[in-house]
Design a protein around this ligand. Structure first.
Ligand code: NCD
Length: 307
């Protein structure tokens, strides 16, 4: 079955990807790199971007990718201006918007939102963040970044640090990595460790991982450190957030402990978990990572929406 056929309902969860699917779409993403010509593969197509939660990179890179492929974009970037504000359901919203577009990118605070949208839509749905659940296209662009930086996914030593409980990018990234022989170090305060269901999945897939609270001891063995923001908006109790918010700040001093091929990544937005003093280091690749959102999303859109 072709990628297009397999993902005809869209991209909802990283769990749907086999190793072959990932390798295939990463190769397509690679081919889009530095290809800034305005192609016309999606000429006449319309993408709807329905963002019920804040976004900078995800929405703008999807929209930019769509325009760069010759397509057009409609949508909204806050739930406040759509009829959901009046009480309309996601199902009715989707059944309406599918009449106006060829594909829908949706971000919503509910974990099951993208899945629900796909149930009602006859056009592809792309999950651009579903609550604290998943964010599969971010994870694909993360992998593209890692391989473009010269690392192999098999044998990769990666630290994933921060809010592992609520961070949806972390969930999708570790699911995709479960298709490779990566060694994963999950680094977080106890309260923000991976949830049981996420660990069960990784164990079932025989992923080699360790959970630790301190990152300094392992800095010299890491190829990649993937840092994430504490997801303030997901905490039910602000005191719980206050207890963990200053848990770690990666500094210049930490960078000095890393090996020559080490790279530090972050899906962004960063609050203060990475000190700005290392932004100019060639080992800091979080803004490059944001760039890779364009070729990766061009590849995804071209694959899902072209004739
Ligand atoms: C992330 C998200 O929305 O999950 N941002 C992104 O899409 N690059 C990470 C975050 O908000 O911390």
């Amino acid at each position: 079955m072709s990628f297009k056929e397999k993902f005809k309902e869209g991209i909802i969860t990283a769990k749907d990807f086999s190793r072959e699917d990932i390798d295939y779409i990463l190769q397509k993403g690679k081919e889009m790199i530095h290809n800034n010509k305005k192609a016309d593969v999606l000429k006449g197509k319309i993408l709807a971007t329905l963002f019920f939660e804040p976004s900078t990179r995800t929405r703008l890179s999807f929209e930019s990718a769509m325009y760069r492929l010759g397509g057009n974009v409609i949508g909204f970037h806050t739930g406040d201006v759509s009829s959901t504000k009046k009480g309309e359901s996601i199902a009715d919203t989707i059944r309406t918007v599918e009449n106006y577009s060829d594909g829908i990118v949706i971000r919503h605070n509910l974990e099951g939102a993208a899945r629900l949208a796909a149930k009602f839509a006859k056009i592809p749905i792309i999950n651009a963040g579903s609550g604290s659940g998943e964010h599969p296209t971010q994870a694909l662009l993360d992998l593209l970044t890692i391989i473009q930086e010269g690392h192999k996914l098999d044998g990769l030593n990666i630290g994933i640090m921060g809010d592992l409980k609520y961070g949806r990018t972390v969930h999708s990234l570790s699911i995709l990595l479960s298709n490779y022989e990566a060694n994963i170090y999950f680094i977080s305060p106890k309260d923000l460790m991976l949830r049981k269901r996420d660990k069960d999945y990784l164990q079932q897939r025989q992923v080699k991982y360790k959970e630790i609270e301190k990152y300094r001891d392992i800095l010299n063995i890491l190829d990649i450190l993937y840092v994430t923001r504490i997801q303030k908006e997901r905490f039910a109790d602000i005191e719980e957030y206050d207890r963990v918010k200053d848990f770690y700040v990666f500094t210049k001093k930490d960078m000095a402990e890393t090996n020559d091929n080490f790279k530090i990544m972050h899906p962004l937005p960063r609050i203060k978990e990475i000190s700005a003093e290392i932004d100019d280091s060639p080992k800091s690749i979080y803004f490059k990572q944001a760039y890779y959102g364009i070729p990766m999303r061009k590849a995804i859109l071209a694959e899902l929406l072209s004739n």
